[in-house]
Design a protein around this ligand. Sequence first.
Ligand SMILES: [Mn+2]
Length: 310
Amino acid sequence: MQQSAAKADAPDFLQKIEQATGALQAERKNESIAGGKVSGGLVEIHDLQNLVIVSDLHGDSNSLFRILDEINYEQFLANPMNKLVFLGDYVDRGSDSIGVMYSVCYLKHTYPDSVVLMRGNHESPSEFPFSSHDLPYRIEERFGSGGKAVYTKLLSMFKLLTLATIVQQKLLLVHGGLPTEDVAIDNYKESIAAAQENHIRSRVLEELLWNDPRKVDGAPGWEPSRRGIGRHFGSSISRRWLQASGAKVIVRGHEPCQGFRIDHDGVVLTLFSCREAYPSFKAAYLMLNADQLYSTGNAKDLTQYVRFPA
Ligand SMILES: [Mn+2]
């Protein structure tokens, strides 16, 4: 896969995007993935054997291939009850956005029941500002005029990426953070499922992709974000989401850290998987089995399953 990614031309890359798009469309149409349910942008996994979570990669294909190597991905993904979930932000900042995107498309197409591709703010709709979105330039650099079609296809695939994943009523996975408005929390399944379709009139998509957990005092439990988009959500919002969804821990990416970080009294775990563009931070991923997940009560419990790629 690493070699095919390195030598792919525009038609190869287009084909991989189309194949991954086909797999994403099929699971939405069938409303199912092995051991779970797909409702629009929401994936709920009820039954699994092993779980790996990979966070932001930002064009760092070396970190991606190292992780895939370590989990022995061909064997791991051949079992549809094992899940490899990516938290989004595949592209920008690093040197090999195309290699990462090609590879995750290959994985989704080849192992559709074992791979969940979530959406990061770097894969947002074009109406939103793309912070440091160098992907179009990387595509043009590599494919010349053949790149236009590649970019267009990628943008339409981004709309099909998963916005939130709930794993065995234990983990709630998002890229950035939790939406802050009452109506989004009270009807959380519907609000996530339809967030892409409603993104012009509702903040849910923006908040899933951009929010960050912070210490926020008092009502309404959130404050404007320093990013200029999205919000900082406080621990009261985290608690309300956990109560609504029945989950114990929120796992998200979106911020560089020393592999992982805990917020909100041990209920939010931030995970970060790329090294290249952030040399002063660490890359990490999570790997655990169903029994370990079953006995997880908070983010601290999860940290024993954090691995640092060699
Ligand atoms: Mn992000």
